[in-house]
Design a protein. Sequence first.
Length: 582
Amino acid sequence: MNRLQSDLFGRERAGASQSGGKRVPISSVRLTVEQTAIVDAARGGEALAVEAGAGSGKTTTCAAVARMMGRRCGILVVYNAMAAKTTSGKLTGTGCEARTLHSIAYRSALAEPFKRGGRLNMALPARAAAEAAGLTRWLAFDARGECPLSPTAQGYLLKDWVGNFCHSADEALGPRHFPWGTLRDYATGWLNTATAHCAPDERPEKQRELLAKAASDFGRLLEGAAQRLWEKMSGPGEFPSNHDIYLKLYVMSRPRAAWDYVLLDEAQDANPLALEFFKLAGEQGCQTIAVGDSHQQLYAWRGAVDAMRQIDSHRRLALTQSFRFGPAVADVANRVLALGGSAFRITGAGGPSTVSVAVDAPTAVICRTNGAAIGIALELAEEGRSPALCLERAAMLSEIDALERFESTGRSAARRYCAFRSFNELRESVEAGDMPDVKILLKLAAEHGYDGTRAIISEMAVGKNQAAIDSSGRDVVCLTTHAAKGLEFRRVLLADDFGPKPNEKKGETEAAWRARLADAQEDLNVFYVAVTRAQDALGVGESPLARLVTGRPVLDRPERSAAPIDLESEGECDPAGLGRGG
């Protein structure tokens, strides 16, 4: 790794190992008092739930627990294969393995039929899924036949319906697994047309009513088809399947737990099926330890249930010292926690850190959306920087290909476009403010052609894993909060697209906007994760949340400044003063 890459993505900093108070030696690693308390509780055989703040040494603590357990058989259930790979080395010499839940199920007898004939490697096009389930006709959203839903779009609904069932702990597929989010994406054009006559302040509520009725109607019409698709994907034969299918069958078979203890990592984003596996292990006598951070939950929208809040029987301990950043960044993070009504606080035990509105020469720009990340990367390139986009190159090129095909043929089978009846209808939706990332791609295509757009994106997109980013050689990376989860950067600038945003057109006051934060936990979690990626310097930007937590008027946006923010002098140093509605 060269010096520039070390600055961008450094993991160890001078002085970090000496800060944070008293340490207690265990084996070759010096642990904090908090970490030692967790290891001692695990030694006593207790079931634990560990709330681990950002950068607080969660993996180190899990490894210390495994070392204490010696050669006892254990499993550390991690979120993805990359996490399993990076964590495995820290468990060398213990009886513990780092594995994903899918890899555990893959070794079971239940997975064997799915390995035959390449079923797991077969693509199941949405149109083929619909046909297999007996759907061949277009379905309308209402009696007027407006904006009918194509068989291809129905196929995506069915696939997502089966996916939701697979992520649940339920024994049977039913209406509760209907993919509301997918239908909402497909209903955008219809909802806009159906509520065009409504006053602006009445439109959102009317659209919610229409969407609820449409979901009920489609759910009733398509439930049998969803059941048929599940039976084909989970049954014998050669019909295409996927890894979620055999995992669902494995957990619901209530397998015998073969371990003495089970550690569940990233427990805040566990789905109901993973939580069911965890509970089943405990019921069979395994010691169970969940480790996570409820304030970093980012996937509630796709079914995550936050196991940290679901296991009341476990003794609760905490890791509150962050070795990623110093007190200044921790202060901002704690203000965000206070906004969400949380009593949890973290201490900045890393090297010195500064907080300002902007950061000169950031090494990472973190955004709420892919659209903002792409737009900022293009701006930085024009300024002479060498930006990387934390996006999968192949996926982005496929997106551009789908746009080009749609424009040239007027039809599309792609997930994001199949519900549009024409390319012009897509353009209208984009201009109305939907799909900001598509808006940027269309703008690039208009200026450079589709081949030029592919060349630009191919040059910038370096992938989402740490190794790809580290080896890119770029001087700044642009990425979303979801992509930044688990990463850290020296100098972080936050984009201005973090929500929720005040409705200034309707004259919403700052006090009214603050009151709305009570229902904006997902936005607060996203912002908290973004803030806590910074090591040395944090530029909070000009989003409403950034202005609030740094003591600035939310609706007054003066020119940016890179000068440090003196949080205490703003009269807002007590995070409790920024509680809900405060």
